[in-house]
Ligand binder design. Structure first.
Ligand code: FES
Length: 74
């Protein structure tokens, strides 16, 4: 399938949220180690704190445990 110019101009984005998840937005495929695809929406969040009960997705546990991390690009 050929992609249109508009689709090629839009990069997927991974946003490192303060004290929380990685927010993924755009046309990406999330796969496990064996290459099996997870069902995702156009935007979803991955756990960065390591405590989600629904890994690799964020389930909000980072708030309960007081996860703190505010990295900035340099
Ligand atoms: S970042 Fe949200 S549960 Fe880990």
């Amino acid at each position: 399938m050929t992609r249109g110019v508009d689709e090629l101009d839009h990069k997927a984005q991974i946003k490192v949220n303060d004290n929380g998840s990685l927010r993924i937005t755009g046309d990406v495929e999330l796969v496990d180690k064996e290459g099996n695809s997870y069902q995702t929406k156009k935007s979803f969040s991955l756990c960065r704190c390591g405590n989600s009960s629904n890994k690799p997705f964020c389930d909000g546990t980072h708030r309960k445990i007081g996860f703190e991390s505010k990295p900035r690009a340099k």
